[in-house]
Structures are given as C-alpha cells and as structure tokens.
Design a protein around this ligand. Structure first.
Ligand SMILES: Nc1ncnc2c1ncn2[C@@H]1O[C@H](COP(=O)(O)OP(=O)(O)O)[C@@H](O)[C@H]1O
Ligand SMILES: [Mg+2]
Length: 398
C-alpha cells in the first residue's frame, strides 16, 4: 500500500496485484456512476479512471478513459510497455486495479460472473504441450463450465474457423507459434462469448497467418461478438479495427475511428508545374494578389503543414498564412498546402494560381496514416524524441 492514489479513492478497498480468484463483489472494484451505467446499452466496455500502480511503484495505467462499442472490432494500440496487457488483465480480473470505474458488458469492472460471457486470449499463453489442439479447446471450455455435448459439437467448428481442422488431433508441442495463436483464438471462443479479448493475437505470426487472423476477427464480429484486441503492430489495426485507441505510458492519447483520427489532419496539397523567375515569392504574390490568402511576412521553420507535429523529421522553411476563408495555408517551394477537408475551400486558391498563369500539376488530399498519428503520440513534443517504452517509475528521478 502506501500509494498516493489511495487518497483519490477513499471508499475503495485497495487490492494489490494478487490475483483475485475468489468472488469479488461489484462494490469492491468501484462501480460506475448511475448516469454512466445508462450508456451501457451501446458500450461493451466503458471505462474511466482506471489506474494501476504495481508493487514497486510502476505507475502502469494513469486514468484510462476508453469505450468499446458493442459489435465492433476495437484495437488498443501502443508501444511495448504502454500498459495494454495491464488493462486487459484488470478487465479479466487477473490483477486488481488500484482504481477502476466503469463497466464491461453492463456490469462493473471486476464482476466475476460477467467473465462467463467473455473469451480471453492472454499474452504469452502456454497450453500444455501434450494436449492436442482439439483437447485444448475442449479443456478450457470444460473449465468454463460448458457441457460435454456442446463442447463436442463446438470444438470442430471452432478449429475450422481458425483454420486448424487438419491439425486438431496433433499435439500442441509440434505447433508453430501461429498455430498456437489460432488454437488460442478458438479456445477464447469456447464459451460462445459476447466479447472476445485478445492480447496480441498476431504476436509471432507470419504475414500470411496475420492476414488469416484478421479475416477470423472479421468473421467473429459478423457472428455478432465484440472484439477487443491489443497490438503493437499498427498495420494490423488499420486493416481490421472499426475504432482504435492509442495508449502511451498508461494514458489514452486519442481514440476514435481511423477516419476520425486522421480527417482532422487532412491537408490539400496543390503542386504547380514550375515556379517563375520570382520563385516562391511569386506564388505568395499570386495568392495575395487575388486576396485568396494573407501570408505572414516571414518564413517559418516547421514540419510541413499536416505532418505529425513534433515528429523528428526534417523541418522545412515555408511561408505560412491564412486563406480568406480562414484555413491555414503554407507555401513551400512549388507546393501550396491548405489545412482543410473541404474541396470547395481550395477553389479560390486554384483560381488565384491559374489567374497568375501557374500550371497546376497535381491536387492531392493527404491524410496522415495511423503510423503518423502513432509516431506523434509517442514523440515528446519538447525534445522531438520518442518517449521511452514503459511506465515511468514514481518517486525516482524523472
Ligand atoms: N507485475 C508487474 N510488476 C511491476 N511492473 C509491471 C508488472 N507487469 C507489468 N509491469 C510494468 O507495467 C508497464 C506496462 O506493462 P504492460 O501492461 O505489460 O504493457 P504492454 O502490454 O503495453 O506491453 C511496464 O512498464 C511494465 O514493465
Ligand atoms: Mg502486452
């Protein structure tokens, strides 16, 4: 004990990391406020103020706010040590939170009976090597109380779903990492769960296997289940997730659909074929002459408009200003960048450029990729360097 957070949650019993295998009453883990509960119709997972201080004072989670919609594939993205597995283990009651508010499937976090409706693939799982894949699926379903007849019927279906039909009667000891992950996913579905929680499902799986796992996730979702997965692999999430959250050093930096996260940062890039004798100044004059924009007198040294701010890429010298309609604009060599998603807003600029006899070579709508957003999230805006992995130690030198 002796954690500063005790003061923040006076009514909660503080349980440290010992796995709580006994029955836990909802109150012990802190239920959400009533207003909060009324939203559970839409949310499979609805968390706030989730905090975890490990013994040894690693502050792994620092006030998580996160919502997973029913029926979606949701990806929790973050570098190693960000706290992804810690959050999952709290949801699965493998470890106790220092503090947690909110619900999973409409019940307070920590409510043990709810776990019967949740399938779980832990990270670094190890199935007994002497069991066959089919036995693994059956064994875990039996542990979860699934009756024998249902197990017998469901096991081959699940093995088929994960592409392990031909391997189901072979021993896990002879499986590749990818095959173990597949059996793990089948195992997570053994109880016919409403919510499937997968901690790094594609960890150690080759690209072909990863693609197949993505297809499985889509099928699992089509069966009406909610999928919550952790990954440090960006491309996985971009391709399969309806919504994502980016977790960095125990905090959710941003969450939403990939569209929502990237659209705010869209930039139109207008490229002219050639600059005249007066170079960039000519472009600026063209914009200002037709009152399409008002440019700042000086040049600014900054990463190009629309790129992930603070990311340590070569900074360029551009001339910044504002369009008459208010959008930020930047002129940089033969390119004019305008921070908008609205094509109409760039038309006066195109007119101004064409009016000054510039030949327009291309007009592109550029959005940052999920990787750009991720890099931005893990970059310290002050130093421009990547934030170190893992949680900061409390109390020590920062
Ligand atoms: N049992 C533990 N005791 C102390 N610190 C831990 C423990 N488990 C994880 N941590 C620390 O908590 C932070 C988050 O870890 P984890 O949740 O495993 O991250 P991720 O799954 O995102 O890689 C890391 O700094 C890790 O070292
Ligand atoms: Mg992890």
């Amino acid at each position: 004990m002796g954690m500063g957070l005790v003061a923040a949650a006076p009514k909660e019993r503080q349980v440290e990391s010992a796995p709580a295998f006994g029955p836990v009453t909802p109150g012990e883990w802190g239920a959400g406020a009533p207003s909060h509960r009324s939203e559970t119709g839409e949310w499979a997972i609805d968390l706030r103020n989730v905090d975890k201080m490990y013994r040894g004072k690693v502050h792994a989670l620092r006030g998580i706010e996160m919502r997973v919609k029913k029926g979606e594939v949701f990806g929790l993205l973050g570098p190693n040590g960000a706290g992804k597995s810690t959050l999952v283990k709290i949801l699965m009651t493998v470890i106790a939170p220092t503090r947690a508010e909110g619900t999973m499937l409409g019940q307070p976090v920590g409510h043990k009976p709810t776990l019967a409706r949740v399938g779980y693939l832990p990270e670094h799982h190890k199935f007994p090597e002497y069991l066959t894949g089919a036995q693994v699926v059956e064994f875990y379903a039996a542990l979860a109380g699934v009756d024998r007849a249902t197990r017998k019927k469901r096991t081959p279906e699940l093995l088929e779903l994960v592409g392990m039909k031909d391997w189901g009667n072979k021993k896990v000891g002879g499986y590749s990492k990818g095959m173990r992950q597949r059996v793990g996913i089948a195992q997570a579905l053994g109880t016919n769960p409403d919510l499937v929680v997968l901690d790094e499902p594609t960890d150690g799986v080759d690209p072909v296997g990863r693609r197949e796992i993505r297809e499985m996730l889509t099928r699992i979702k089509e069966e009406g289940r909610t999928v919550f997965l952790n990954s440090h692999l960006l491309s996985e999430l971009e391709m399969v997730c309806d919504r994502v959250a980016i977790l960095v050093q125990g905090k959710v930096k941003s969450q939403g659909t990939i569209e929502e996260l990237t659209v705010k940062r869209q930039v139109y890039e207008i490229e002219v074929a050639a600059l005249g004798a007066d170079g960039v100044e000519g472009l600026v004059a063209a914009l200002e002459g037709k009152q399409a924009a008002r440019m700042l007198a000086g040049r600014v040294e900054a990463a190009p408009l629309g790129s992930a701010a603070g990311v340590n890429i070569a900074k360029r010298v551009g001339i910044r200003g504002q369009l008459a309609s208010g959008e930020e604009v930047e002129v940089d060599h033969g390119t004019v960048r305008i921070a908008t998603v609205d094509a109409e807003r760039i038309q006066p600029t195109l007119d101004a450029l064409r009016g000054a006899a510039y030949v327009i070579k291309s007009v592109k709508a550029n959005r940052p990729s999920l990787e750009d957003l991720f890099m931005e999230a893990v970059t310290d805006p002050e130093t421009g360097k990547a934030l170190g992995p893992g949680a900061k130690k409390e109390g020590g030198a920062k």
